[in-house]
Ligand binder design. Structure first.
Ligand code: ASP
Ligand code: MG
Length: 403
């Protein structure tokens, strides 16, 4: 008998049939005597629709009210999943994030989990229930509903697995596991049997939509080994765990394309101490995550251009911040482009193999892809390129490194 946390994403609970399918999977584990905690997302499309409704009223809705609104998506699914399990004769109880004891900070729409006191979860499990917890949501210590950022149900699952000391954590989705790249772009992409937290983290940060990056960070920090697998078949998935020696033998684990980036260039920024601090402090205070930053060398001129990338959904908020600091910073104009993509190549093997960057740039040059920005980490190379050439670039780089 084991304690298992299973998370089912939006496509796995997309309609009543799929929810019955989830219930049957849970029932099979229950029949073996396992205790099961199920974390579910909103049915696919529901969160997007709720956001759309709010945006029909205003481009900048209150973030507290967005959390109130979005949390309803997951609440539909927990109740429906419990009802489906009852239909199979299995005792099951649904809990909101708050009821499951998930306490977060007060940063609405991207709250961080501060602690979990899963008293109710334990009590219900001990009484023989399957416990179904709403993903993506929590509550502040003052009782305000919060959400954990898009894709946050993964975090709920990993954090609950850690808090409950679960034997197994399974992240069920509509793909068989983590692939070397998006199989919709490259049909011969390969499924990985295992991947390290760091590689998974870099891939998630690079826009590979398998999992939310904060969830992987959390898993790494608390040593939660988890499996990403499909809810639509019984194929084994990809195990995500601490790096092992043998993982370094492969140069490139995966290639990802993030289409969700926007690029901002501040033209003619005064080149004096404190300016960058002022700009990025203001963005930081608005909880806008800046990814790449490039500043030109100013060759004797008193001004320089400064470019950075951020997540497209943060752009409206960022524009406000950028307008607000214009008098203080004194740049000439702000150019915004949403037609950019971030291509990333990831692998712990980069530490011990040289010439990887050169090969990437050469491959892109052959495809006629211009590189607008570059950033690297020990195990990743990312470039900002024209969005229209993104998929062709992924194909070429995957072909060059993985086949
Ligand atoms: N429903 C939320 C979203 O679409 C959370 C999740 O799916 O994990 O982002
Ligand atoms: Mg989702």
């Amino acid at each position: 008998m084991a304690l298992i946390v299973q998370k089912y994403g939006g496509t796995s609970v997309a309609n009543p049939d799929r929810i019955m399918n989830v219930a049957r999977r849970v029932a099979a584990y229950r029949a073996k005597g396992d205790q099961v905690v199920v974390v579910v997302s909103a049915m696919s499309g529901v969160t997007d629709n709720l956001i759309k409704l709010a945006k029909e009223i205003t481009a900048l809705p209150s973030e507290r009210e967005m959390d109130m609104l979005l949390a309803t998506g997951e609440q539909q699914t927990i109740a429906l999943t419990a009802i489906a399990l009852h239909q199979l004769g299995i005792e099951a109880t649904s809990l909101t994030g708050a009821q499951a004891g998930i306490v977060t900070d007060g940063v609405h729409t991207k709250a961080k989990i501060q602690n979990i006191t899963p008293k109710k979860v334990h009590a219900l499990l001990d009484a023989g229930n399957v416990v179904i917890v709403a993903g993506f949501q929590g509550e502040t210590s003052e009782g305000h509903i919060t959400t954990l950022g898009r894709g946050g149900s993964d975090l709920t699952a990993i954090a609950l697995a850690a808090a409950l000391k679960a034997e197994l954590c399974q992240i069920y989705t509509d793909v068989d596991g983590v692939y070397t790249t998006d199989p919709r772009i490259v049909p011969n992409a390969k499924k990985l049997t295992e991947i390290s937290y760091d590689e998974m983290l870099e891939l998630a940060g690079a826009g590979a939509k398998v999992m939310q990056s904060r969830s992987v960070e959390f898993a790494k920090k608390f040593g939660v080994v988890f499996e990403v697998r499909s809810s639509l078949n019984d194929n084994p998935g990809t195990i995500v765990k601490e790096e092992t020696k043998s993982m370094e033998g492969v140069v490139i684990r995966g290639v990802a394309l993030d289409k969700n980036q926007a690029k901002v260039t501040l033209v003619a920024v005064p080149d004096r101490p404190g300016v960058a601090a002022c700009i990025f402090k203001a963005l930081g205070e608005a909880a806008i995550n800046v990814d790449m930053i490039v500043q030109n060398i100013s060759h004797g001129t008193p001004t320089t251009d400064l470019s950075f990338t951020l997540d497209k959904p943060d752009l409206a908020k960022a524009r406000k911040v950028i307008d607000a600091f214009k008098p203080e910073v004194g740049y000439r104009e702000a150019l915004v482009s949403e037609q950019v993509g971030k291509l990333s190549i990831v692998g712990v093997g980069m530490r011990s193999h040289s010439g990887v960057a050169a090969k990437v740039f050469e491959t892109l040059a052959k495809e006629g892809v211009n590189i607008e920005m570059i950033s690297t980490s020990e195990i990743k190379i990312s470039v900002i390129i024209d969005l229209a050439k993104g998929e062709a670039a992924v194909k070429a780089v995957h072909q060059a490194f993985i086949g």
